[in-house]
Design a protein around this ligand. Sequence first.
Ligand SMILES: [Fe+2]
Length: 489
Amino acid sequence: MADSENGGFPQEPNYIGLNAPQRAEYAVEDLPVTGTIPADVAGTFFRAVPDPAFPPFVQDAGAILSADGMVSAIRFADGKVSTAIRYVGTARHRAEMAAGHALFGKYRNRYTDRPEAAGVDRTVANTTPVWHAGKLLLTKEDGRPYRVDPVTLETLGSYDFGGALRSETFTAHVRIDPVTGEMFAFGYEASGLATTTIAYVIIDRDGNLVREQWFDAPYCAMMHDFTITENYVLFPIYPTTADLARLQAGGDHWVHHQDLDSWLGVMPRYGDVADLRWFRGPKGVSCYHMMNAFEDAAGVIHFDQCLSDSNAFPFIRDASGIVIDQQDLNGRLARWSVDPTGMGEDIHETVIGPPGDFPVIPAANQGRPYDHGWMLTMNPERRGPPVFGGPVGAMFDLLLRLDFAGGPPQALALPMGSCFNEPVHVPSSTPGHQGWLVTMVDHQQGPDSFAHECWIIDGGNLPAGPVAKVTMPHRQRPQVHGWWVGGLA
Ligand SMILES: [Fe+2]
């Protein structure tokens, strides 16, 4: 296919197959449903869907990370389902729409922008829709969130918690305490590009930013996610690093280092950053998402993460001169255990699950001891290639329920040519029921042809398959993360 047949986008992994730009805003009511939607599934499934509004003017292997954010809402009410999707009206998107072409260059490198982009907020709000204290925030770790109206999906503007946020950045992976309702968050590169500054932020249950403390990381690292326990906050550092001189020379934001230590910063969550202790982890490892963390009866902290021996994104390994095939990354669900009151700085690692990503737990178990969780992985029995798509270039096709209390795992495998996006968990009002997983499933029908369904799956009975399927009206680009908001439709 010539570029002109693809909206002017280059024929490279960021823009082909499932990753082909769609750039369509729409709202469709009364979608076709097969099966029965459980009464518990009443609310809105928000999704962040990156989709570049304009073809790039620079070559950037990591461009998929800076595609313009779209907010998708799939609403369930009275057995009916509707969907809508709109671009997040970021300053960047508005500036490019006004210009009629791309103004911003490489992922997280303002030195590659066109002159007209100078001074414009570069963030794309494309990673996670966060719901807290009645507000919907579209987040991206390289900037501040954008607030979006949850009903109209209209963008209300950049959000700084009423002027309280000092950090220039805000994570896409907040953690909300199930008891206090507080939102714990952080920003890295908080005082500017490639700085070691980390801002640690607490927002109370009413949405007020009540505390922001800054400290320095051991080095400027990609910090995509973090965790809380009942009494602690944990900041993981993996050696994927940024360097200002490299950026000024037009280089890539991230380079991974196999020879650098990883670290886990641990502090009492209401303490002072002066009390932060660093525990030393293995060299060269990388992780994007943690499943959970908790303290056991002895006070030992356990930190459960989708870990691998190098960065899981092929374009970051390429930029780093690291030659490790995707299947040789030694991915695992790893539990790091540390004693926050002991003398040593050692981390003890136990493997508690297979390779994979997109871990999901019930919100009620956040930061607490837990006995099960779900995640996506690759079907080891698939007899052919996975669906091409997303930043790795391979989509997951097996949904797992892991039992940490000694029970057997459960699995739901998709047929060849189909793949999962990250599920959200919907709690059940039935005592003992483990709730529902709601997830977008992509079906490849030809080289550039896909159909999509939103599935509802019993979280305690994966092998039974979906209890309901909703047919989506249009092509869906791969989602990053989602958020379930019960009762909102
Ligand atoms: Fe993420």
